[in-house]
Structures are given as structure tokens and as C-alpha cells.
Design a protein around this ligand. Structure first.
Ligand SMILES: [Zn+2]
Ligand SMILES: [Zn+2]
Length: 101
């Protein structure tokens, strides 16, 4: 199985499971602002999920200047994460971390 790369801003962190990759993206990188609605989101998976679930593909392309190939690439990442990652576990860990801050 291929490793899970972070990939945010050229970050070279690689993980052998999807959950630590998402936790890394969410806790180690600065939050980003949605270019469509201005919501502040954790970068990485959660930003991609927000963009595709809250906004249309056309809005996304317009706001980010993304090409169809880039949209497809992000959709592929999202689909792979949702197929293979235990997202409930990730969210539970994040909530526990936030509560202990
Ligand atoms: Zn990273
Ligand atoms: Zn948004």
C-alpha cells in the first residue's frame, strides 16, 4: 500500500496510515481560510471536505482558480481517505486534544 503523504505546501511528512496523516495536517499546519465563504478550517482533508460538501465544484474552481485536473486530484484524495480512514477516531482524538488545551 502506498504511504500517506501530507502534501500541504510541499510538506514532506509521510505516514503509513491515513489517521495520523489527517491528525498531522490538522494540528501541525496553520488553519486556512475558505476562499469561497471565509470559514476558517484545518488545512488538508477537512478543508477539502468543506470545499466539496459546502460549495459547488464551479464555486470552488472560480474561487481557487483550480483546473479540472486539480479538482479531480482532490476528489480522489478525499474519496481514498473516506474509504480507508477511521474518521470518527480522528475527530474523537481532535476533540480530546482541543478539550485539554
Ligand atoms: Zn505536513
Ligand atoms: Zn467555504
Amino acid at each position: 500500500m502506498s504511504p500517506w503523504a501530507c502534501g500541504i505546501d510541499g510538506c514532506s511528512a509521510v505516514f503509513d496510515a491515513p489517521e495520523p496523516a489527517i491528525l498531522h495536517q490538522t494540528t501541525e499546519h496553520a488553519r486556512c481560510e475558505c476562499q469561497v465563504c471565509g470559514a476558517i478550517l484545518p488545512d488538508g482533508y477537512f478543508a477539502i471536505r468543506h470545499a466539496f460538501e459546502e460549495h459547488s465544484r464551479a464555486e470552488y474552481v472560480r474561487a481557487y482558480g483550480a483546473s479540472a485536473a486539480e479538482v479531480r486530484r482532490r476528489e480522489t484524495v478525499k474519496d481514498r481517505l473516506e474509504a480507508e480512514a477511521n474518521l470518527e477516531l480522528v475527530i474523537e482524538r481532535l476533540e480530546r486534544a482541543a478539550a485539554s488545551e
